[in-house]
Design a protein around this ligand. Structure first.
Ligand code: C5P
Length: 236
């Protein structure tokens, strides 16, 4: 079993990006639910859906449902309510869906006694300055992330998903309680794949990040637990 002391490091969310349940459960069965959070994304949710989330809940895991809702306000309201009905711990929407959409997502959670954390994706960690230019956005990636972080906070959200290097500025702007979730985590020998805004587990400790999302660095490893252990060691 992995040993982990969270006193001074970001908490670890494992991205369960698998195409089938057998593969996912091979990893899940090795994890202690009191130490690791699980992220259910578009791939595995499309394949296994609500039933799988219920199973993970029965095992004691907290689930981040990362479906990144981005639609008209009414649709996002209903989807957010449906997600919260699953009893998940956290869910995501795209901040670029705009003010009304963000407010609708927040409103959808009002009727829940124990509501999930609602966080907004600012810029994907795969995005570059060039990508922004391609879609007609002329400001810097950093400013874009800050604007969307502040907008999300003004709409009542609990935090943002953002590249690790932007965490400090966001905390300065939005306050220390505003949650920062950072994907794009890579060890020095890992391939970046499609991610562009990456940081190492060791660097993640230096930024004011609340949660790191670890995916392929662990899931593509021949020995995921050994790799996770290495990641934990390099963060201590
Ligand atoms: O495999 P890797 O570590 O790159 O996985 C990152 C995970 O975080 C993926 O599940 C991806 O969907 C998610 N994610 C991201 N960037 C964001 C938001 C979520 O990479 N801004």
């Amino acid at each position: 079993m992995l040993k982990l002391n969270y006193s001074n490091i970001p908490k670890i969310i494992i991205a369960l990006d698998f195409y089938n349940k057998k593969e996912a459960m091979k990893l899940v069965n090795l994890l202690n639910p009191s130490l690791f959070y699980l992220k259910i994304g578009k791939e595995i949710f499309t394949i296994l859906g609500k039933k799988f989330i219920n199973e993970l809940h029965k095992l004691g895991f907290n689930i981040f449902l990362d479906l990144k809702f981005h639609d008209i306000p009414n649709t996002v309201f209903n989807a957010t309510k449906a997600a919260a009905d699953l009893g998940i711990w956290m869910l995501s929407v795209h901040a670029s869906g705009g003010k009304e959409m963000l407010i609708s997502a927040k409103k959808a959670l009002e009727s829940f006694k124990k509501r999930p954390l609602l966080i907004a994706v600012t810029a994907l960690t795969s995005i570059t300055q060039e990508d922004l230019k391609d879609i007609g956005i002329k400001i810097s990636l950093q400013d874009y992330i800050l604007i969307l972080s502040k907008l999300s906070q003004d709409c009542g959200l609990d935090g943002v998903v953002c590249p690790g290097k932007e965490a400090k500025k966001i905390k300065l702007l939005c306050g220390n309680e505003y949650k920062i979730v950072t994907p794009g985590i890579r060890c020095l020998n890992d391939s970046a794949f499609d991610q562009h805004q990456i940081i190492t587990p060791k660097q993640s400790k230096k930024f004011p990040i609340d949660y790191i999302v670890v995916g392929r660095s662990v899931t593509y490893s021949k020995n995921p637990i050994k790799k996770l252990n290495f990641i934990i060691q390099s963060m201590q």
